[in-house]
Design a protein around this ligand. Structure first.
Ligand SMILES: C[S@@+](CC[C@H](N)C(=O)[O-])C[C@H]1O[C@@H](n2cnc3c(N)ncnc32)[C@H](O)[C@@H]1O
Length: 193
């Protein structure tokens, strides 16, 4: 992982760690929808970095579909998929592509950093209301996403206490795609479900 800095997380364990790190996995249906958009088609011969891999829901799906994935996460417990203890925001090594569902509280920092170190696509699962707010206005003016896929059906969400999926999150989601090889300047909006 090159110059990525290791952060000490040993004082964070179990549910506390999960809550602190926003460790909520991406449901499979969200990944099927992403695949259905065709956005992954030109990544088959490229490397994908999942820098907040959590329990590996995105990484395992991509690997099962034939993609080369490098997985890491700041968390470092027994459920962590890939290399634990790596802070993505400290990563300086460049990536061909990044696909993740970032920690909600640091989503804008993840996006800005991902765009700055990625050569091709940055694809992130985000809450739909991430599109709004004055604080993100300048960012979106400077970096309009190439595509936004609004997920019209509410996604299931994971209950980490009972370790089970529950129906319908209380908020909506989208896949946001940035393409550093082809900055088209205007965002295309599509709906999927
Ligand atoms: C919403 S979860 C998503 C997990 C996984 N990407 C998925 O979609 O199933 C966010 C993940 O970000 C990780 N995380 C939080 N801060 C991080 C950081 N600075 N660097 C790397 N990972 C971080 C958390 O440990 C957690 O696993």
């Amino acid at each position: 992982m090159g110059t990525s800095k290791k952060r000490q997380v040993h004082n964070l364990r179990g549910e506390n760690e999960r809550a602190t790190l926003d460790r909520y996995p991406s449901p499979r249906i969200s990944l099927e929808l992403l695949k259905g958009t065709g956005e992954l088609d030109d990544l088959k011969n490229e490397k994908i970095v999942e820098p907040a891999s959590g329990m590996g829901h995105i990484s395992k799906f991509l690997e099962a579909n034939g993609f080369k994935v490098e997985s890491s996460d700041l968390g470092d417990d027994s459920e962590t998929y890939g290399t634990g203890g790596l802070d993505f925001l400290a990563r300086t090594e460049r990536c061909e592509n990044i696909i993740t569902n970032p920690p909600y509280r640091q989503a804008i920092e993840f996006l800005k950093h991902a765009i700055s170190i990625t050569d091709h696509k940055v694809i992130m699962l985000l809450r739909l209301n991430f599109l709004e707010s004055q604080s993100r206005f300048e960012f979106f003016k400077q970096f309009p996403p190439a595509k936004v896929y609004v997920i019209s059906k509410r996604l299931p969400h994971y209950d980490p206490v009972h370790k089970e999926w529950k129906s319908d999150a209380s908020f909506s989601h989208m896949w946001m795609v940035f393409n550093n090889r082809d900055r088209i300047g205007a965002t295309q909006l599509e709906w999927v479900m």
